[in-house]
Design a protein around this ligand. Structure first.
Ligand SMILES: Cc1cc2nc3c(=O)[nH]c(=O)nc-3n(C[C@H](O)[C@H](O)[C@H](O)COP(=O)(O)O)c2cc1C
Length: 408
């Protein structure tokens, strides 16, 4: 007798089938449907890739030269090994912290990104509102497509920082700082890893201009990404809040803004000018971290700018323990580049960072679903962070300390 004839078969009853056939209630809201399919930042990236024109997606995803800085930064997070403790009550987890003296619900900051309304028409106001809803800070870029006043008005009461490029034209920089101060921003983030623009080969090859110009190629693209183009053409024209009448290529704009003659004396000047909180972003050595702390900064961001500037730069995570040991008692140490998972944030905090900044992770959310997409990105990162803490056996961010090492 074979196995099949030994099994007694029968027809299922309807009462048994009905629960199996119960349809999941399908939302009629296309954004909700799209976001419900995204369980990771990678899923959001895949949606962003489909929805935006190739040149726009590449502007976000791409990095400089051979894109080695970005790849290595990501690889450092893959080399993380957590040291879990079992048999700890992790039924309640507290992932909140203080960032620059203020409470934050997560050790997470939404990083400054230029041209955000090009990625998706809701742009910076959507990011600011999502950050406020999550109870975390958001840094508006000098190259933002929304003014500091409009961001403040879009998300009153939010924790807004302003990222500054000190341009060659110092009077223009001062005006910019004044407008941020007048809009109520009290934290400045000075980016120091841009003496000259990095070579983003994808943008050069794609001939990216901001706003995108109507060429034969872009017109052909309209058929493939109609929603993106309709949104671009039917909302406020894309312009830089800081520089309203510029219509060159990205490379030309960036070259106008960046100052290769910037020195520590400029940082000292800014420290005297700016009474608020000062963060210096783009530090990649212990020595520089010490000099920046000596100059009176309140925090440093270990960052290689998402791999978009110097290629083959140090990986921020590898540098973190040394920098924290050298200056951690004087300044807060933040980190960015290559963070795609809440477990990455847990690793960075475990190795001494006060908070992590993410750029692409929230931009992909924005491109996938506007403000709700950014909120979804933050929810994904928060859920991953909390789950990692529970599996490591850490009830608070402090309990992550010493539970992380980098393999080989
Ligand atoms: C599209 C894009 C635009 C950016 N624009 C700026 C900017 O205007 N100013 C700045 O300081 N950093 C800028 N950055 C760098 C981010 O602030 C941050 O350092 C980087 O995105 C972190 O890496 P991640 O994208 O892997 O999280 C930009 C990054 C991206 C992806």
């Amino acid at each position: 007798m074979d196995a099949d004839t030994a099994v007694q078969r029968r027809l299922p009853r309807w009462s048994e089938l009905a629960p199996l056939l119960r349809m999941r209630s399908l939302s009629t809201d296309p954004v909700a449907r799209r976001l419900a399919r995204a369980h990771t930042i990678g899923d959001l990236e895949a949606i962003a890739r489909r929805r935006a024109p190739r040149a726009v997606f590449d502007y976000v995803a791409g990095a400089a030269e051979g894109e080695v800085s970005l790849e290595r930064a990501r690889d450092a997070y893959r080399r993380v090994e957590f040291q879990p403790h079992a048999l700890h009550d992790v039924s309640t987890i507290d992932a909140s912290t203080r960032i620059l003296g203020r409470p934050s619900s997560l050790p997470l900051v939404l990083a400054p990104t230029g041209f955000t309304r090009m990625m998706q028409h809701e742009g910076e106001p959507a990011v600011a509102r999502a950050a406020r809803a999550a109870g975390i800070p958001y840094a508006l870029s000098t190259m933002g497509t929304t003014s500091p006043e409009d961001v403040a008005a879009a998300a009153p009461g939010g924790e807004h920082w302003f990222q500054l490029y000190l341009w060659r034209d110092r009077a223009a920089s001062e005006q910019l700082v004044d407008s941020a101060r007048a809009a109520g921003f009290d934290t400045l983030v000075l980016t120091v890893d841009t003496p000259v623009p990095g070579s983003r080969l994808r943008d050069i090859r794609n001939g990216l201009t901001i706003p995108p110009t109507l060429t034969a190629r872009t017109v052909a693209d309209m058929a493939r990404h109609p929603a993106w183009w309709v949104n671009l053409l039917t909302t406020r024209p894309l312009e830089f809040a800081a520089l309203t009448s510029f219509d060159g290529t990205v490379a030309e704009l960036v070259a106008t803004m960046f100052d290769p003659a910037l020195t520590m004396a400029d940082l000292q000047w800014l420290r005297r000018e700016w009474a608020g909180t000062l963060v210096v972003k783009g530090v990649l050595s212990v020595d520089d971290a010490c000099r920046v702390a000596d100059a009176g900064a309140d925090a440093v961001v270990l960052s290689n700018h998402g791999g978009r500037q110097l290629d083959r730069a140090p990986s921020p995570l590898e540098l973190l323990p040394e920098v924290v040991a050298a200056v951690g008692d004087r300044v807060e140490v933040f980190i960015d580049t290559g963070i795609t998972n809440g477990g990455d944030i847990a690793a960075a905090v475990g190795m001494g960072a006060t908070a992590a900044l993410v750029g692409r992770a929230y931009l992909y959310g924005l491109m996938a679903g506007g403000q709700r997409g950014v909120e979804h990105s933050v929810d994904i990162l928060a859920a991953e962070l909390v789950r990692t803490m529970q599996l490591v056996g850490a009830r608070s961010l402090q309990e992550l300390h010493g539970r992380v090492r980098l393999r080989g």
